[in-house]
Design a protein around this ligand. Sequence first.
Ligand SMILES: [Cu+2]
Length: 140
Amino acid sequence: MNDARRRLTVVAGVLAALTLFVAVAAASELGSGQITVDIRIHHSRYEPSVLTVPLGRPIRFVFHNEDPIEHEWIVGDAQVHEAHRTGTEQRHGERPTEVSIPALGTVTTIVTFPASGPLLYICHLPGHEAYGMAGTLTIR
Ligand SMILES: [Cu+2]
């Protein structure tokens, strides 16, 4: 490798590291192992609806439901969502990846994702997914 090429490689590596640091810092409380992510629910939409969180660290999701109706937050792969589209469970709360959020309520769940990849989070109450109550969670 010649000098110019080596320098370019080093610069690219530093840029990649900086980008990762900024992405993590934006969602974190630096100094603690746990990261807090706030998700606002407003007019049957998640805000934000696109999120990236780090792999293998506890993520504390705090849901702030500003609507006068109940919602839920189910995170998982396509198989999980297919099961919930046809599911009959009225309330969630037993599993950290499945949460019911009462009208105007705030609910917290802590999830540590063991594998990287894209997942979806969806509200499976009747009509909500079709309305657009869905988001994408990238884990890396
Ligand atoms: Cu909903």
